[in-house]
Design a protein around this ligand. Structure first.
Ligand SMILES: [Zn+2]
Length: 262
């Protein structure tokens, strides 16, 4: 098999894994905020209690086949599971294209899954459950270490640690300065973002955080203009930090080269 067909197989594989992880995340975002186990019992219809079988759990396709309704009682499941599955699959595919078949792709897939779950929950409940932040870091860190060592770039690990320290120091200052405008969950999330951004290169840390704040202010000002939010309305900030970090993975290099030409 040639390189290009091998690469295509990797892309398809990544997308399918992403869709399946996305399906699992729909359970995570539903249960973690309620403090319910994510493994047992298995998924069931919220209305009639029908236990979902293996076929019901096939991402996207089962939703489309049943048109987003329960197989037995026809209660609408809603479009949210479909959106979360497609977003996760899309992120895994994007990282597969960006990183190619590598440990780096796997490490960043873990970040994408964690950030999607956290953002989803933050938008709904204005909370960033610390368990998800910690689990993402605990799975992601060893993958980043492996990804750096197999390409003989141990320097990345130093920058990952520095990135985590810089990000948490900066967000800690913002937290104190905002006097309650920013949640402590955002501060707790920041070393995870800094670790990943630093692994890519120290310049990615300010770029990623800046893009996050930019997204936050654009949406915040927009919400004020359309009258949906006052100046004191707390905006869930996690999704913006997450979006800034994920965006920086793809555009960070171009921005850094313009800011600090070598
Ligand atoms: Zn049902």
């Amino acid at each position: 098999m040639g390189w290009s067909s091998l690469f295509s197989v990797f892309l398809v594989f990544s997308a399918v894994v992403g869709l399946s992880i996305g399906s699992f995340l729909t359970v995570v975002v539903d249960r973690v905020p309620r403090g319910v186990s994510i493994v047992s019992p298995g998924s069931a219809c919220g209305n009639c209690g029908l236990r979902l079988g293996l076929l019901d759990l096939v991402p996207v396709f089962s939703w489309l086949a049943l048109r987003g309704r329960c197989r037995r009682c026809r209660t609408a499941i809603g479009i949210e599971p479909l959106v979360l599955e497609i977003l996760t699959g899309g992120m895994f595919l994007a990282f597969a294209v960006h990183f190619g078949p590598s440990w780096g792709a796997g490490a960043f897939d873990v970040l994408a899954a964690g950030l999607l779950a956290l953002s989803w929950i933050d938008l709904r409940t204005k909370r960033l459950p610390r368990e998800i932040t910690y689990v993402t870091a605990a799975i992601g860190a060893p993958l980043l270490v492996t990804a750096a060592l197999v390409v003989h770039e141990p320097r990345r690990l130093v920058d990952a640690v520095l990135g985590a320290v810089i990000a948490v120091a900066f967000m800690g200052l913002v937290y104190v300065g905002s006097r309650g405008g920013m949640g402590d969950g955002d501060v707790r999330l920041s070393p995870l973002l800094g670790m990943y951004l630093g692994w890519l290169g120290l310049g990615y840390v300010p770029v990623g955080l800046f893009i996050g704040f930019l997204f936050g202010s654009v949406v915040g000002v927009g919400a004020m203009v359309v009258g949906k939010a006052g100046r004191k309305t707390a905006l869930p900030f996690g999704p913006f930090l997450a979006a800034g970090t994920l965006t920086a993975v793809f555009v960070g290099r171009a921005i850094i080269d313009r800011l600090w030409p070598t």
